[in-house]
Write a protein that binds this ligand. Structure first.
Ligand code: SAM
Ligand code: SF4
Length: 317
């Protein structure tokens, strides 16, 4: 289906939980978040019905996200059902990777096509600092498990943070030589609650081009990243710049939160609830949400924060 600005909406991002086993400083408060009542959150049946409804309106690509989707007990079953929905051609999942040693195999078998795995640093101490609870070795084991069960076109996502990982840009980029993976650098977004980082920590993606002068430009592949490659590397380097150059004109996505709210725009306050609705009711809300997509998200910078009213763990990125 097309929105009011003629953009074809083909991509649904579904957050299946707000909870996480980590507490990344740009995403979640140290104490985590209050666990909400079970009844407030979408059930497995409602998630599947929402995906079926979306597919009937022309959604072909699905991304399962969170919070951390792999802490959800029924994640394999949700993926298995989502993969079977007619019209869904690509099922992707975004994870911090730490539970992939146990779950990579079952997820592959359930029909997940592609994984994005978050990794901001290759230093054990820094990994512990940024995630507050995580162990780097677990995330690395997760990436290796995903490769060993046959996941292809894996993308590693690193959020760029000035004074934290800008000195690691070359080392992170080398991962595209070590493994057959793409690495994407993502500008840190000024979400609703500032987290631990202020404007001074924001660095634009162009910093990567300065630090890696040998990068060779590659053709875009329809996604939001500008693409490059280190000579001879197996994978590509992607730059995602939501702040320094927004991509609202090409936006093809809509988001569903774990508590059943459709968000037409990541940075907008508007939400449409599908919780408790039947197929027809959900369809009406999807149509309304798609038609409410704004032309762009409005000014966004470290002084002009996101108007989403939620942090990333409660939207899904
Ligand atoms: N837990 C999973 C993970 O970390 O990959 C999935 C959910 S997480 C909210 C999705 C993505 O959003 C991650 O790659 C994370 O790094 C990114 N993210 C979270 N907060 C962000 C922020 N303030 N700016 C940019 N990216 C952010
Ligand atoms: Fe959890 Fe992902 Fe947020 Fe980190 S970025 S706290 S892993 S949801």
């Amino acid at each position: 289906m097309r929105d009011s600005y003629g953009r074809e909406i083909t991509y649904l991002r579904v957050s299946v939980t707000e909870l996480c086993n980590l507490r990344c400083r740009y995403c979640m408060p140290a104490e985590g978040i209050c666990k909400r009542e079970h009844e407030e959150m979408l059930s497995e049946e409602e998630i599947v019905l929402a995906i079926e409804t979306a597919a009937s309106l022309g959604i072909t690509k699905l991304r399962i996200t969170g919070g951390e989707p792999l802490v959800k007990k029924n994640i394999v079953s949700i993926c298995e059902k989502a993969a079977k929905v007619p019209g869904i051609r690509e099922l992707c999942l975004t994870t911090n990777g730490t539970l992939l040693p146990q779950l990579a195999g079952p997820l592959k078998k359930a029909g997940v096509d592609r994984l994005n795995i978050s990794l901001d640093t290759l230093d054990r101490e820094k990994y512990r600092y940024i995630t507050r609870l995580g162990e780097l070795d677990q995330a690395i084991a997760g990436i290796e498990a995903a490769l060993s069960v046959g996941f292809e076109r894996i993308k590693l996502n690193a959020v760029l943070i000035g004074g934290f990982n800008d000195d690691e840009i070359p080392r992170l980029a080398e991962l595209t030589r070590t493994w057959p993976v793409d690495l994407r650098f993502i500008e840190m977004m000024p979400m609703y609650d500032g987290g631990d980082f202020s404007a001074g920590s924001f660095i634009p993606c162009d910093t990567v081009l300065q630090k890696l002068p040998g990068l060779v430009e590659e053709p875009r592949d329809g996604g939001v990243a500008r693409l490059y490659r280190l000579p001879g590397a197996q994978g590509r380097i992607g730059l995602i710049s939501p702040l320094s150059s927004h991509f609202c004109g090409e936006c093809n996505r809509i988001r569903l939160t774990a508590d059943g709210k459709l968000k037409p725009c990541l940075h907008g306050r508007e939400e449409f609830s599908v919780k408790g609705l039947d197929a027809e009711g959900m369809r009406e809300q999807f149509v309304k949400a798609i038609l409410s997509k704004p032309a762009w998200h409005g000014e966004l910078s470290y002084t002009q924060r996101s108007r989403s009213g939620r942090n990333m763990n409660r939207i899904g990125g």
